[in-house]
Write a protein that binds this ligand. Structure first.
Ligand code: C2O
Ligand code: CU
Length: 475
């Protein structure tokens, strides 16, 4: 019934579009959309405060039809009797909102929530360097103000390789773009993969390959679903907010006959849109793309992830289908052109005098499997890097390993430098950057907020096996 009402309403209104500044709700897509993600209920009447209840607990989801898997998942604690979903319900706010999250831990293990990409007070960052873990049966309140419009996500920062794999992750969207984008529909595509057994359960053993490359599953998922039809309006244009929540898989997206027009990255809108045929999204990263849909009703095109060589001779197993884009009836209106400039980004002032901080990434074979080092140290036995608030430095990341490492920094954004040493602002400010195998990558970092901020490889097995550090920003 609900889906009928939604469809009828959309027809009456002439379109299903809405201004990009309007927070989306669960009603954003028809209820029949298999890829719809629910929105956490805002229990606060103040329009500038988003207050939600998030419960982390046990749940069951069907990755394979008819074979439910036991997972760990977030559910909306404001809805009595709600069940956990993978991904968890989305946190939606607008730029400048105060966000209050009451986390209840119903897991058999301690947890936290890290707000990946959100600039906030250090005590709210949710890492094991900023708070006591939230013990089973207890709760913790997070509160922060969202300063940047963009696509983010949240996940635990305790045993992240296991807890995220088990299903604890969800998107976080902050509306309030600098430049409005006219689209027929906005979607949230959270990419993941799971390693599952024939009976549909998560295989939680960890082999050498999982430790070395980060666990790659045998089933790829979009919004927790293995395949399905994503029905689009012929002649329309969709906005896809993409998050890679996988432990180790690199997604390189391709939609044959279509291009992805990148309009946003980790920190929100990019300075200027640009179009690509294939879009690489590394673990932890986000991209916001527009997809123009020129085909006629009835067309069906698979969205695939294609091979990307991230090192250690990972074999090319060919394209993997993620879902089918299925063309429905024509969009009932003409769309405004895509703006040519979006959010400007000012390059950081760097020069010959800028301090260069070298970080050498190394992998070694220990008796219990591979270990991943930053400057001859491995977490949690690392010493914090001490820096001054307001200073700008260059991180020179020397990757001696035979594989790529997607490096993520908490609490602030940075600017990757190109080969000439100038900020590469194509994707705006970043919080996650893929440092290629046997290569050196420089990043310009300005230390914004005081406190202990973590930085690490977002291949979660690498982080948990040592490739994680602390950055102490002092006043
Ligand atoms: Cu998305 Cu420290 O993590
Ligand atoms: Cu790594």
């Amino acid at each position: 019934m609900r889906s009928l009402v939604t469809v009828t309403l959309a027809l009456v209104m002439g379109c299903t579009s809405h201004a990009s500044t309007t927070p989306s709700t669960a009603g954003d897509a028809p209820a029949s959309d298999p890829f719809a993600i629910a929105t956490l209920t805002d229990i606060n009447a103040d329009p500038d405060v988003v207050e939600v209840r998030v419960v982390a607990g046990l749940a069951r989801v069907e990755y394979l039809p008819g074979k439910p898997a036991d997972v760990w998942a977030y559910r909306d604690g404001a809805i009595p009797g709600s069940v956990g979903t993978v991904p968890g319900p989305m946190l939606v706010a607008k730029k400048g909102d105060r966000v209050i999250v009451h986390l209840q831990n119903d897991l058999p293990e301690s947890t936290t929530i890290h707000w990946h990409g959100i600039r906030l007070a250090n005590a709210m960052d949710g890492s094991s360097s900023t708070q006591q873990v939230v013990m089973p049966g207890t709760s913790f309140d997070y509160t922060f103000t969202v300063l940047d419009a963009g696509t983010f996500w949240f996940h635990p920062h305790v045993h992240a390789d296991v807890q995220i794999e088990k299903g604890l992750y969800a998107p976080l969207v902050v509306h309030g773009d600098d430049a409005p984008l006219d689209v027929t529909r906005e979607r949230y595509l959270v990419l993941d993969d799971v390693k599952i057994t024939a009976d549909g359960q998560l295989a939680l053993d960890e082999d050498q390959m999982d430790m070395m490359m980060g666990r790659q599953g045998n089933v790829v998922l979009v919004n927790g679903k293995k395949g399905g039809d994503l029905v689009v309006d012929a002649g329309g244009r969709e906005r896809w907010r993409i998050v890679n929540a996988a432990n180790g898989r690199y997604f390189k997206l391709r939609l044959a006959g279509h291009r992805f027009t990148v309009v946003g990255g980790d920190s929100g809108q990019v300075p200027a849109p640009y179009a690509v045929d294939e879009l690489l999204v590394v673990p932890g990263e986000r991209y916001d793309v527009l997809v123009d849909l020129p085909a006629a009703e009835g067309a069906r095109v698979p969205l695939e992830t294609v091979y990307y060589d991230r090192g250690h001779d990972m074999p090319d197993v060919g394209p993997k289908p993620l879902l089918d884009v299925v063309y429905g009836p024509r969009a009932p209106r003409t769309l405004a052109p895509i703006p040519t400039s979006l959010r400007p980004a000012q390059p950081l002032a760097i020069g010959a005098k800028t301090t260069v901080r070298k970080m050498v990434l190394r992998e070694i074979e220990a008796t219990d499997g591979p270990r991943f080092y930053i400057n001859d140290e491995y977490w949690p036995f690392n010493t914090a890097v001490m820096v001054q608030q307001g200073a700008t430095e260059i991180w020179e990341i020397v990757n001696t390993a035979e594989m790529d490492h997607p490096i993520h920094l908490h609490g602030m954004f940075f600017q990757p430098l190109d080969e000439q040493g100038a900020p590469d602002l194509r994707d705006g400010w970043k919080d996650t950057w893929n440092v290629k195998k046997s290569a050196t990558q420089r990043l310009a970092v300005r230390y914004d907020a005081v406190g202990m901020w973590m930085f690490h490889c977002h291949i979660l097995e690498h982080a948990e096996r040592g490739m994680m550090g602390d950055l102490m920003v002092m006043q």
